[in-house]
Design a protein around this ligand. Structure first.
Ligand code: MTE
Length: 327
């Protein structure tokens, strides 16, 4: 995406990197239905047979396309981005900076055994085996929009549990104001960590009230299946009103802190990526507009919504804040 020092190639922002590899270019062209000739057929494939604008999820009470379940209160009814696109067009710089690197290079990455430490300003610090953690906090399905800071978006059916449930279990002290997240550091298994384009491990953070918001989940699956490695197995953060880079993958540590923690992209490019990173069509990225986005699988751009369409639920968290300053 972005421009950390030195600038990594990105198939989105730096198309030369894609054109350099004809096979990859053709694949991405199909994925985006980017060519005029391919657009019609591509769209049908991308939407799994659904026409753009048709509902992928039924109204409450109706069976879904897959017969899985009815739509819940947190779900968008917009057509879901096909599994194929969700799992092959990824940002996971630990495995490389091209969109297809994570799916090509993360297959052998081992996500068991895996421990997640919850510590810092809590009365009950704890180290969890990830399977025990997942057993302790029953999974829910959530169909969320995902808006990347690079101005593309998807609709993803996640499976996960509210982060707040875990944080409350740990009993934050009165000093806790932020939550700091850390991804795994494993340069042997993660080729991107042997390159210096970002500081490792990847870190992220939220204000405590953001972390406790019911929309904020720790996801362990998508499309009703275990989370693929390229999407951040075994456990990743999903905060649907923020740019996708806040959704830190393959988490090993969650620490409650007094001070605002450093975050990877903010450290790499403080003028380009803020701590808050709330989706905001009114505040452009220095190198491109955030007013519109390209929903993967669609040809025309669509307007980007404040807080990614979740303003009713979350705008109150930022009452009185200058969102251009705290971007
Ligand atoms: N987490 C880690 N550890 N490393 C990363 O490079 N990329 C982020 C975020 N989480 C990233 C990460 C970015 S830029 C985005 S847009 C989302 O993951 C992409 O999630 P997806 O590949 O599941 O769509």
């Amino acid at each position: 995406m972005p421009k950390p020092p030195p600038n990594p190639p990105s198939s989105e922002i730096t198309p030369e990197a894609v054109y350099a590899d004809r096979r990859r270019f053709l694949k991405n062209a199909a994925l985006f239905a980017a060519t005029a000739a391919g657009a019609g057929a591509g769209l049908v494939w991308l939407t799994g047979g659904l026409k753009p604008g048709s509902r992928a999820t039924p109204r409450a009470g109706e069976p879904t396309r897959t017969g899985a379940r009815a739509r819940g209160p947190y779900d968008t009814g917009e057509p879901q981005t096909p599994f194929e696109a969700v799992t092959t067009y990824n940002n996971f710089y630990e495995f490389g900076s091209n969109k297809d690197d994570p799916s090509r290079l993360s297959g052998a990455f081992r996500t068991r055994p895996w421990t997640v430490v919850v510590e810092g300003e809590v009365r009950r610090p704890q180290t969890f085996d990830v399977d025990a953690l997942l057993a302790a906090f029953p999974a829910q399905d959530r169909i969320y929009r995902m808006r990347c800071v690079e101005a593309w978006s998807m609709v993803i059916p996640w499976r996960g549990f509210p982060l707040g449930d875990l944080l409350r279990r740990a009993e934050p002290t009165s000093n806790a104001r932020y939550v700091a997240f850390t991804s795994i550091l494993d340069p042997k298994e993660m080729p991107g960590q042997r390159r210096g384009y970002l500081e490792w491990p990847y870190v992220e953070g939220l204000r405590l009230d953001e972390a406790l918001h019911p929309l904020t989940i720790l996801a362990s699956g998508l499309y009703g299946r275990p989370l693929p490695n390229q999407n951040g197995a075994p456990l990743r953060l999903v905060v649907p009103w923020k740019y996708g880079f806040k959704g830190i993958k393959s988490i090993v540590r969650i620490a409650l802190t007094r001070e605002q923690p450093p975050t990877t992209w903010n450290v790499a490019g403080p003028d380009e990526y803020g701590f808050y990173a709330n989706v905001n069509p009114a505040v452009d990225h220095p190198r491109w507009s955030q007013a519109t986005e390209r929903r993967i699988g669609e040809v025309a751009r669509r307007p980007t919504l404040p807080f990614n369409g979740y303003a009713d639920q979350v705008a109150g968290l930022y009452a009185g804040m200058d969102l251009a300053r705290y971007f």
